[in-house]
Design a protein around this ligand. Structure first.
Ligand code: NAD
Length: 323
């Protein structure tokens, strides 16, 4: 059996890794489809469609979406873009979160949710079905009701593998240790600003053979020239550190996003790093980041700019699920 951490093949410079113990070989650069739902800003749908096609042509085969992104808009647009190309990719979507304050982790909603998603995505199965932002639910319900309902969908062939997603590592671990899951997706927990995905989550995932998906390597926009959207949960100090880091990179003639993504792509145990994309330019830049050369001394200085806010964690979900 292939080691789940081993890069398994190279196509157009892209590398692929197994997602935990599943046979899914996913590209280490993953296409985060939330921007297609105009989550960060209004995007051009035809450019979004071309971005999806370019990504597939360049070897990105892992796409992640949710009914929550743009309140179904991202799934709708991704489904349109995948018309005729569905079989070329590994498709992940989610259930349980439907609005910023709208959650339903009941078995009944899970069953409805997959059918709605399949319709919008214009397919009859998804490769990975994930309970979305589990920290906003009753953890016991997720364990006793949500995951078992997802497993029944697996038996019906509507979903191939199941996973959980969220921000507090403690809650993700609690669920994964109580009920078998194929993957854990967490976000803003491993990048130039954070490393606790590596120290806290990864050892548990490795022990149980669970695939780890690292999302938001750009810290949801903080590690970009443009900066974070207004809704970003990080406090001003973290946003300011991102601005200083961007200014430092600019002065050195370096693109902060390229450095930030290369840093994430280099983690050998992460199956895929999801980056939010909706343009061909970003697709190409983010693939090029795989080969972006980073001067070690420059990286030390960049780390020192971000050090005062390193590993800052904000509260997310129900108070009993923080952490
Ligand atoms: P991200 O850190 O990937 O940042 C996305 C932002 O960066 C967007 O504004 C995008 O336009 C911009 N961007 C992308 N490439 C760029 C480049 N080369 N230069 C400058 N700007 C660039 O944040 P994200 O989109 O939230 O996370 C990635 C994906 O991970 C999401 O789309 C989603 O699929 C997944 N995700 C899942 C969860 C969850 O399940 N709870 C949470 C967060 C993210």
């Amino acid at each position: 059996m292939k080691n789940q951490t081993e890069d398994s093949q190279v196509r157009s410079g892209m590398k692929y890794r197994l997602l935990g113990r599943t046979p899914l070989e996913i590209s280490i650069v993953g296409f985060g489809a939330s921007p297609l739902g105009d989550v960060f800003r209004t995007t051009d749908p035809s450019e979004g469609r071309l971005a999806v096609h370019r990504a597939i042509d360049e070897g990105i085969n892992f796409f992640d979406v949710s009914p929550y992104y743009g309140v179904t808009l991202a799934e709708e647009r991704l489904g349109q873009a995948l018309d005729g190309r569905r079989k070329e990719i590994i498709l992940a979507t989610k259930c349980g979160r439907y609005g910023s304050d709208e959650f339903d982790f009941s078995a009944k909603r899970v069953v409805q949710s997959i059918d709605e998603s399949l319709k919008r995505l214009r397919t009859d199965y998804v490769d990975l079905f994930q309970a979305h932002d589990v920290e906003f639910g009753d953890v016991q319900q997720v364990i006793d009701e949500t995951i078992p309902a997802m497993c029944r969908l697996q038996e019906q062939g509507k979903v191939r593998f199941i996973g959980i997603t969220g921000y507090p590592l403690k809650t993700l671990i609690k669920i994964a240790e109580a009920v078998p899951v194929d993957s854990i997706l967490t976000y803003c927990r491993y990048n130039l600003l954070m490393n606790d995905m590596d120290t806290i989550l990864m050892p548990v995932a490795q022990k149980h053979g669970i695939g780890v998906i690292n999302a938001s390597g750009l810290h949801m926009g903080i590690l970009t020239e443009r900066g974070a959207p207004d809704w970003h949960p990080a406090p001003p100090a973290v946003r300011n550190a991102g601005r200083h880091a961007a200014a430092f990179c600019r002065k050195e003639g370096v693109d902060l996003s390229q450095v930030a993504l290369r840093y994430c792509f280099d983690h050998p145990l992460v199956a895929s790093t999801l980056v939010g994309m909706s343009t061909r330019t970003h697709v190409m830049k983010n693939i090029q980041a795989l080969d972006h050369q980073v001067n070690p001394e420059f990286l030390i200085e960049l780390h020192s700019i971000l050090a005062p806010v390193y590993n800052y964690v904000w509260p997310s979900g129900r108070p009993e699920n923080y952490g």
